[in-house]
Design a protein around this ligand. Structure first.
Ligand code: ZN
Ligand code: ZN
Length: 178
């Protein structure tokens, strides 16, 4: 559970240590079939204060995400760390033009509902932002042989040279046919 009851937050602030399974975070995402990564256990430390009904948060979190290497399809694990601040107001309370001028435009604003702060969507957003678009298990990953599918990081295959130079591949095919 990554939730904090607003009623329990003291005005002077309190540090909350929370953790949850990453799979619970993934449940929030709308397009489940498009999810191509896993999230390991998420550890969060969150300093929460109370200013009227506004809850300013300073959040630090870390976890690891698992992704398929874009070349060899092996699972790669990336550490993800984040530190961000935001301020949450009750849903529907809205912030008048004057108030928002006070807090500054660059401040991360959000909302909470039913007297509960849920850190899961905030942290998930940061995790998703840090996921590499083209993950590689290593810079020089050799990938899979396009012909036989062998993982060329672990093994070599007989068709390796043919895959590199297509002219030879065609020649060999011709010989076989003859
Ligand atoms: Zn790879
Ligand atoms: Zn091969």
């Amino acid at each position: 559970m990554l939730k904090i009851k607003v009623a329990n937050i003291p005005e002077e602030g309190l540090e909350y240590l929370l953790s949850d399974d990453g799979s619970r975070l993934l449940e929030i995402l709308p397009d489940k079939e498009k999810i191509d990564f896993t999230i390991q256990r998420v550890e969060i430390s969150c300093f929460a204060r109370k200013v009227g009904s506004m809850i300013p948060l300073q959040v630090k979190a870390e976890t690891k995400v698992g992704l398929e290497c874009g070349r060899c399809l092996e699972v790669v694990t990336y550490p993800v760390k984040m530190a961000f601040a935001c301020s949450l107001t009750p849903v529907g309370a809205g912030i008048g033009a004057e108030d928002s001028a006070d807090v500054g435009e660059d401040l991360n604003m959000g909302s909470y509902q039913d007297d509960v702060i849920d850190l899961a969507p905030l942290v998930l957003e940061q995790i998703v932002l840090q996921i590499p678009i083209k993950p590689l298990c290593r810079e020089d990953c050799k990938g899979l042989c396009p012909r036989c599918g062998a993982n060329l990081n672990e093994t070599t295959c007989d068709c390796e040279t043919e895959a590199v130079d297509q002219r030879f591949a065609i020649l060999k095919k011709f010989k076989v046919l003859r």
